[in-house]
Ligand binder design. Structure first.
Ligand code: AMP
Ligand code: MG
Length: 324
């Protein structure tokens, strides 16, 4: 894929669905309609495709993304469903409800799509074109709203084109979206918790569960501090990070970017060739790997603050910030 793809718009239909599935399989970006809004889809298991998705949206930070699947059976291959999850999936899928669940150890979704977390957000959209695409592709598809960061969510293919022309490969046009607001997000990690209000009413969810939802609206606000007991919205490494380091000091491991200084200690390189897409795709898995080898202190080489570098640096700064 080139940096500036030609954006094709195809009316939805069997041939267009096949073209879109092939495009996703090649690591491309495909906007498609769901019942809520048009989503910008990428292969959830393909770290660099996910990185290009963030770049196309111009997101200054890496938020965990929703993995879209054609049915609950596909979801059970990615995440652990408790009784509440089974109940809500049976009642509301397909539909505008996203469930945040513990991911299975063998879950193939890229760590960038999960922002390094052990949980995964899943949704089964209720839209013929979305279902056909997800079924044809056969793998989970991450699909945040198909707009530039900070713009309103698109409910027509024309909105997507106006915002993302030249930044994505393909738009499947199947008319206006029925619901027009994003999905309701519910976490089922311990007590059922409403993370984001959306297209499915809270009361309907509470009726199906037989008990009230807890509130955690604050946790999805990137700037809000985490209250005790709330779900962390991002992976926080155990290692202490020292940013913009030219070289490691004694006792430090190295998280490099581009050409690394001579060093025989523990080293991970976000991108030896200095590529920000590759670095984004490696970021969370390498932070986790540093924890896994027990690195207590890590020197992190500078990452240029352009393009995806802004989001990488945002995440590194949060990872380096002192925690209570
Ligand atoms: P969007 O795809 O832009 O509609 O937004 C996805 C929403 O799901 C955001 O509010 C995310 O913070 C939330 N989300 C996705 N994955 C997780 C997760 N693993 N834990 C908590 N929230 C999540
Ligand atoms: Mg959005």
């Amino acid at each position: 894929m080139t940096a500036e793809p030609q954006t094709r718009v195809l009316p939805a239909g069997p041939a267009a669905i096949d073209t879109a599935a092939e495009c996703l399989a090649a690591g491309g970006l495909v906007a498609f309609p769901t019942e809520t809004v048009y989503g910008l889809g990428a292969d959830a298991t393909h770290g660099e495709a996910v990185a290009r998705l963030y770049a196309a949206k111009g997101r200054p930070a890496f938020n965990p993304l929703i993995s879209h699947i054609p049915d609950a059976a596909a979801g059970r291959r990615l995440a652990l469903f408790n009784a509440d999850a089974e109940r809500l999936a049976a009642a509301f899928w397909p539909g505008p409800l996203t469930l945040v669940l513990p991911k299975r150890p063998d879950c193939p979704v890229s760590s960038l799509a999960l922002a390094g977390l052990d949980t995964i957000a899943l949704r089964v959209p209720a839209h013929r074109t979305a279902t056909a695409l997800l079924t044809a592709f056969g793998k989970p598809v991450v699909a945040p709203s198909a707009n530039r960061s900070g713009h309103v969510s698109p409910t027509l293919a024309a909105h997507v084109l106006a915002d993302l022309r030249g930044r994505i490969d393909l738009i499947l046009d199947d008319g206006p979206c029925r619901v027009g607001v994003e999905s309701t997000v519910v976490a089922l990690i311990d007590e059922p918790t409403l993370l984001r209000p959306g297209g499915l009413a809270r009361t309907a969810i509470e009726a199906a569960l037989g008990r009230p939802l807890k509130d955690a609206a604050a946790h999805i606000d990137e700037e809000a501090p985490l209250a005790p007991g709330m779900l962390a919205s991002h992976y926080a490494p155990n290692a202490k990070l020292r940013l913009n380091a030219a070289a490691p000091r004694p006792g430090e491991a190295l998280l490099a970017f581009g050409r690394a200084p001579d060093f025989t200690g523990t080293t991970f390189n976000l991108s030896p060739r200095g590529d920000l897409v590759e670095a984004a795709a490696n970021l969370f898995s390498q932070l986790r790997a540093l924890d896994a080898v027990g690195a207590a202190a890590v020197a992190v080489m500078p990452v240029p603050n352009e393009g995806l570098g802004e989001a990488i640096n945002d995440r590194l700064a949060r990872a380096a910030a002192p925690r209570p």
